[in-house]
Ligand binder design. Structure first.
Ligand code: URA
Length: 219
């Protein structure tokens, strides 16, 4: 991946050219499997599309699939997914009742020996993938959105976001839906100090609870 010239094998205009005319979650996922809207497909195992309740009131948006998700083909099934599951359970939210997706649907990585290390998607890759996220929001029609991390938040809100300033309080997102910005679950994993890690997890649980409440109470 490292050193891949931007735009190799990519369709100008991003994912929009690959969207199906008749839209359901199944038709979107099917079409997204062949997306060449940016260059990331060339080095990923597969497209990892969103999953969950087709009429979920709350949509969770992460950054991009990780190594485990790229291999499995499902969002948030690796180490960050396990933290997310724990936080959702602690917040009293059934994961089956939310829709979980990512701002970017292919794994961006760089090789380090035999390992594939996560590399943050570029602004161009996020914007190439945006038509898929818009289509998911359209089809699912969630009442609220929770953005997991700053890349997801910037993708959903369409502007730069400062996590420390904006986390935890609903702001108007796509279609004026209440949108809550919170940390990415991998931030919990990266925190070495026990007390700080528990505080991170508590914060994530709290913010997810706020998003769930916003979804429950908004039309
Ligand atoms: N991190 C994300 O942002 N999304 C996933 O699906 C997995 C890890």
């Amino acid at each position: 991946m490292a050193g891949t010239p931007a735009g190799v094998g990519a369709q100008a205009g991003g994912g929009a050219a690959f969207l199906p005319t008749r839209r359901s979650l199944a038709s979107l996922a099917w079409a997204a499997a062949d997306c060449r809207g940016c260059d990331l497909w060339a080095h990923a195992t597969q497209t990892v599309f969103g999953e969950g309740g087709a009429r979920a009131r709350l949509m969770l948006v992460g950054e991009q699939p990780g190594d485990a998700e790229d291999r499995a083909g499902h969002p948030f099934v690796g180490p960050a997914g396990r933290i997310l599951d724990r936080a959702l359970a602690q917040a009293g939210i059934d994961r089956g009742r939310v829709y979980t997706t990512n701002a970017v649907k292919h794994f961006r990585w760089e090789g380090r020996g035999k390992r594939r290390l996560h590399k943050r998607p570029s602004a161009a890759q996020v914007s190439a993938c945006r038509p898929w996220l818009d289509a998911e929001i359209d089809v699912v029609g969630p009442s609220a959105i929770a953005c997991l991390g700053v890349t997801a938040a910037a993708a959903v809100l369409g502007r730069p976001v400062t996590l420390s300033r904006e986390r935890g309080t609903p702001v108007a997102g796509p279609g004026l839906r209440p949108t809550v910005v919170t940390i990415h679950p991998s931030a919990v994993l990266r925190t070495r100090d026990d007390a700080a890690r528990h505080a991170q997890l508590d914060g994530l649980v709290h913010d997810l609870g706020t998003a769930w409440e916003a979804a429950r109470t908004s039309s």
